[in-house]
Design a protein around this ligand. Structure first.
Ligand code: PRP
Ligand code: GLN
Length: 715
């Protein structure tokens, strides 16, 4: 089988149940590391590592080891459940070898049965190889077609098996001197931009791979005979989803695997084989919807000139443009696909608004709209124009669309909640261009790649930007004109922001700073954004405890432990079905003492609110114990959009924030107030303190919060 023919498919990604992350771990001994062939040091190290990554997956665990000699049989053990259940001491002792990889699974694609457990072991012309995958492929259907077209068959429903098959396709120009994993992995990256962090083992090497968008984490460390003495003997290297796994195995953190990087780890050391560019995509710059009572107006309007320089209003929207001068024009909403740095209504004094909607005269809606909603202020005279600044990527000049108008009062957004919920479920995404990226500091020699990508088969515009507009007649006889402009640019770096919020352990390091610090800051910012008079602050253990402490310190309120959380019950959010999740919550929490609560006003902090499974029984518990008031504060914005890149939130309906307006949710849960951290606040907490090596570009995927996916789904 060779991979010299393009293949393409545009069917959409299959939806699945809510699932979460996986943990990936690998270990390679240095060539002169003294080790008895029967010594289980490597498997013990991996088992310990997986134990530290348990929070990333509770459904199954597996380890595969090898001596590293060509065509040597692998030793594999996988089983359902927690690491310490699957790996008894006896089991670990059987897994001898000088290198190995391990995996904790939480299924995103394919059920929880043994055929889908990882690591996967395959055999190709270079002998046995093993793969551990964290993530979820956004174009599994296209990849299946690519393989089926070549007459291959699959034996599982896991998307990870697709990876094993794609990397087994032989490079067109053959391979000299053994396997060319660089070319094989580059080929994989060109078929699928995200989401995967991989540990791939063949012969005496492990390849640590992170997808070009850097959606899932992966880092590397070294094992030394003494952790504290820098000059102590080097024993080997480890690769792990998170750095929290390093101290327990006595490893020293070295660095993250970069987005798109292929790092070879052999007994001789670490070698970067490549950094594969992020793909080129067509990114919508902005979409503006105008509504006209008179359908004749604005026929000329087109926002193709959105692609203008900062400060220069597109002619169609300049004060002299016919349509926009119409006294009857109404701006319904401004939907910027990237986080606008500012959105201002220019009145007598310019006012700036963000998604938290703090500006009293401006409404960003209640967050249920996609993008930013601009409600017209009551004092209509004050509004002279609306401008949107869309800083869509680091190398772009901000696009500014300026709309001058004489406003007509909009219908109240809050009064039309059903309209908002009936909006299209279309996935907002960014179409892909045929070309690979050359547009950032990452470098790579494309000419060495001996494959032709199926991307070249795709028909896309060759211009660097494009625009479109469409009219639709609304039921009340007005005309809506929707205009959008796109620009060709590089897909963004898209590290999952929810790793910071919830998934990762607080003692892990991402992007040069600790998850703990970020969570603490989210709590501080939450206290500043949504202060409340209360007697003390407490948390929904465990993940939220750090944010709650940040909230307490900033608000000046005392922190109080209120809820006992059983150590013998796992994370509820990552359970596979809603009944299990509910039972897990009930088994997990109890009050330390009613005395703390009686007659008190309580601020209860959680890191995230997803389906609302956790909040209801907990508030009931606290109120039943005699709390006067419970104010719920969430250290992340409302989750309103499905994730297709590893968290697997399949539907909007199941997400609590989409089920009712926040005030109704608050009263349903018997809360005295319910407030979330703004997206701006979360970005601020995450970005503050980032330290990046090698001029790396920073970027976070916030799709579950704002519906903006970094690339087109089912690419
Ligand atoms: O609104 P929900 O659907 O209930 O989801 C949100 C809750 O789930 C998580 O807790 P989890 O028990 O998974 O993990 P933790 O014990 O690490 O906090 C998270 O910390 C929230 O408490
Ligand atoms: N959560 C994950 O990263 C899962 C990996 C893979 N998609 C699986 O379902 O096994």
């Amino acid at each position: 089988m060779e991979f010299d023919e393009p293949a393409w498919d545009e069917s959409s990604a299959e939806e699945d149940e809510l699932r979460e992350e996986c943990g990936v771990f690998g270990c390679v001994l240095a060539e002169d590391a003294p080790l008895d062939p029967q010594d289980p040091y490597v498997s013990q190290t991996i088992a310990l590592g997986l134990h530290s990554l348990q929070h990333r997956g509770q459904q199954s665990a597996g380890i595969v080891t090898t001596t590293g000699e060509a065509f040597q049989d692998f030793k594999l053990h996988r089983g359902a459940g927690y690491v310490n259940k699957v790996f008894t001491e006896e089991q670990v002792y059987k897994l001898t070898g000088r290198l190995g990889i391990g995996h904790n699974r939480y299924a995103t694609t394919g059920g929880n049965d043994v055929s889908n457990f990882q690591p996967f072991v395959g055999h190709n012309k270079h002998g046995p190889f093993a793969l551990a995958h964290n993530g979820q492929l956004i174009n599994a259907d296209s990849l299946k077609d690519l393989l089926f077209d070549r007459g291959l068959s699959l034996t599982t429903r896991s998307d990870s098996e697709l990876i094993t098959q794609v990397i087994s396709l032989n490079p067109t120009h053959g391979e000299q001197d053994g396997p060319d994993w660089r070319t094989r992995i580059r080929f994989l990256m060109r078929q699928t931009p995200t989401s995967y962090s991989l540990a791939l083992m063949n012969r005496d090497k492990i390849y640590a791979v992170r997808d070009p968008l850097g959606n899932r984490p992966l880092c590397v460390g070294e094992l030394r005979s003494s952790e504290s003495e820098p000059e102590s003997k080097l024993l080997g290297w480890i690769v792990s989803s998170e750095s929290c796994a390093f101290p327990p195995v006595g490893a020293r953190y070295l660095r993250e695997i970069l987005p798109g990087e292929i790092l070879e780890i052999s007994p001789k050391g670490l070698k970067r084989l490549d950094i594969v560019h992020r793909p080129r995509i067509y990114r919508p710059r902005a979409t503006i919807t105008l509504e006209y009572e008179d359908s004749d107006v604005n026929q000329q309007a087109s926002l193709q000139n959105l692609d203008t320089h900062a400060g220069v209003a597109p002619p169609c929207c300049s004060p002299n443009a016919t349509g926009c001068r119409s006294a009857k024009a109404r701006v319904l909403y401004v939907n910027s696909t990237m986080e606008p740095k500012n959105l201002s209504l220019n009145s007598n004094e310019p006012k700036t608004m963000n998604e938290s909607g703090n500006e009293p005269k401006l409404s960003s809606g209640d967050g249920t709209s996609e993008g930013l909603f601009v409600g017209m202020p009551m004092e209509e005279d004050m509004v002279k124009n609306i401008s949107v600044s869309d800083y869509s990527s680091e190398e772009d000049i901000p696009a500014v669309a300026s709309v001058s108008l004489s406003p007509v009062l909009l219908q109240e957004k809050d009064g039309n909640l059903n309209d908002q919920f009936e909006r299209s479920e279309d996935k907002k995404s960014l179409p892909v261009s045929a070309e690979d990226s050359t547009g950032d500091s990452q470098s790579s020699d494309d000419s060495i790649v001996e494959v032709s990508s199926p991307l070249t088969a795709r028909s896309v515009s060759s211009t660097s930007s494009s625009s479109s507009s469409s009219d639709e007649l609304s039921p009340n006889g007005t005309t809506k004109r929707r205009c959008s402009a796109t620009k060709k640019c590089t897909a963004p770096v898209a590290f999952c922001i929810f790793e910071y919020v919830y998934f990762a352990r607080p003692d892990s390091i991402f992007e040069g700073h600790s998850v703990y610090d970020v969570r603490y800051k989210t709590g501080e910012l939450l206290a500043l954004e949504h202060p409340v008079e209360a007697d003390f602050v407490c948390c929904v253990p465990t993940t939220a405890s750090v944010a709650a402490k940040g909230f307490a310190s900033k608000s000046g309120l005392p922190y109080q432990d209120l809820l006992y959380r059983s150590h013998f019950v796992g994370r509820s959010f990552i359970e596979s079905d809603q009944n299990t999740r509910k039972r897990t919550v009930l088994r997990k929490f109890s009050l330390y003492s009613e005395n703390f609560v009686r007659g008190k006003r309580v601020v209860l902090v959680d890191d995230s609110l997803v389906r609302g499974t956790t909040i209801e029984p907990i508030v009931e518990m606290i109120k039943n114990a005699g709390a006067l008031e419970v104010h719920f504060r969430v250290a992340s914005p409302p989750i309103r959009h499905p994730c297709y890149m590893g968290i697997n939130i399949p539907t909007r309906e199941e997400l609590a924030a989409n089920r009712a307006p926040l005030d109704l949710l608050a009263s349903k849960w018997n809360l005295d107030s319910l407030k979330y951290l703004s997206l701006e606040g979360l970005h601020a907490a995450v970005n503050d303190g980032i330290v990046l090596e090698e001029n790396r570009t920073v970027g976070h995927c916030t799709a579950c919060l704002d519906g903006i996916y970094p690339v087109e789904l089912d690419w």
